[in-house]
Design a binder for this molecule. Sequence first.
Ligand SMILES: Nc1ncnc2c1ncn2[C@@H]1O[C@H](COP(=O)(O)OP(=O)(O)OP(=O)(O)O)[C@@H](O)[C@H]1O
Ligand SMILES: [Mg+2]
Length: 423
Amino acid sequence: MSTVELREVSKVFPDGTVAVDRVDLEVGDGEFMVLLGPSGCGKSTILRMIAGLEDASSGSVLLDGAAAEELTPKERGVAMVFQDFALYPHMSVNDNIGFPLKVSGVAEERRGDQIREVAAALGIGDVLGRRPGQLSGGQRQRVAMGRAIVRRPKLFLMDEPLSNLDSQLRAELRAEISGLVRELGVTCVYVTHDQAEALTMADRVAILRKGVLQDVGTPTEVYGKPATLYVAAFLGSPRMNLLEAQVSVALDRHVALRFGEQEVHIPWDDLRARHVAHYHGERIVVGVRPEALTPVAANTPGDVLRGRIRHLEHHGHESLAFLDIGATAVVVDEMAGPAATSGPPQGGWRGLVRKLSGNGTRGAVTEQPALEGGRHHRRPADVAVRLAPYPPVGPGHPLAVSVKVNALHFFEERGKRIDVGWR
Ligand SMILES: Nc1ncnc2c1ncn2[C@@H]1O[C@H](COP(=O)(O)OP(=O)(O)OP(=O)(O)O)[C@@H](O)[C@H]1O
Ligand SMILES: [Mg+2]
């Protein structure tokens, strides 16, 4: 059995960089926990503190309920797999996998059996005699995994182990790795900045931003009810549309959300209406995943938003329309990672518009501080809508979409979720 607990763990490097900021996290026995976040958010630092390769500046790391500070990395019984894993180039696959057994004094006869067992589980039983230089990238990664597994560690720590591989192989290995780790019943903390990896592999996901833990939950929880605007913006492809809305209450009838010139209504009997009603006369951020928008005929009554298609993206199995509905988008900074889907290259475009000034004119952007240590700003919204592949419409075409109001997400402008009894 093996559990990990971080209690208010911080890491401040000597140059003053706060890499990890008061993180509380519990990983249960046999659990597959994924740490997810953009580059520099502190994922590797957390892993290295669990492994004992780095000391926490404050707070404590507990392994199996006991403080781990005094334990050396070796005494912690952890096996770590890194992104840039190094195999011994002059040794065979067999000897690479068996190396940890050899240094811990396991007799040669017993080593053979253990190596073959692990190699078979990883599907590399037939290349044991080769050297790393004679393997494919995926095979090399399996050898690295094999070397970590062979000692039957109590805890696996994996730091972006798939990031050097092409996307096809990554998708294959992700199922294999999580399957194997679960079969072994070993607790695992797995680091990635790839949300698809996190959502497919994890029992639970912990999402970090600038060293601060934003949210922890099962993939369904963090995707379905993100705790903060940041998590909402980070998870999902295409990303959630985040729109600024003006709130006004029609007592006992509905709460109106105004996007530019258009409105949708939260019915009064929807429990969330009372919570959003507290923001009467103020602006909030409304999150709309593309799956909450359905194209409808232009004259459809009810909660319908109308606009014109600004551009289309064809993805083969579907097309995405980006719709100008005259609304304002809230853009969470440092989100322009690989999953960015819409429009021109985000960094460049954003950098450019941010320089423009003025109020209420197209392209005007105002910055405002967000509570969770980052910033977000506004720009004219391109609302992503899913369409059937290669639709008979193009840029400039009008499009109406009905809004599934019970699938909307509400956030305060400073980033906190507005909701009732969430999770
Ligand atoms: N030895 C160090 N001295 C000073 N700052 C450091 C040191 N190591 C890491 N950092 C900083 O701490 C922060 C967190 O780094 P960390 O390596 O944990 O990020 P990460 O989430 O693993 O990023 P990536 O996805 O790029 O690997 C970064 O800002 C990084 O520059
Ligand atoms: Mg890292």
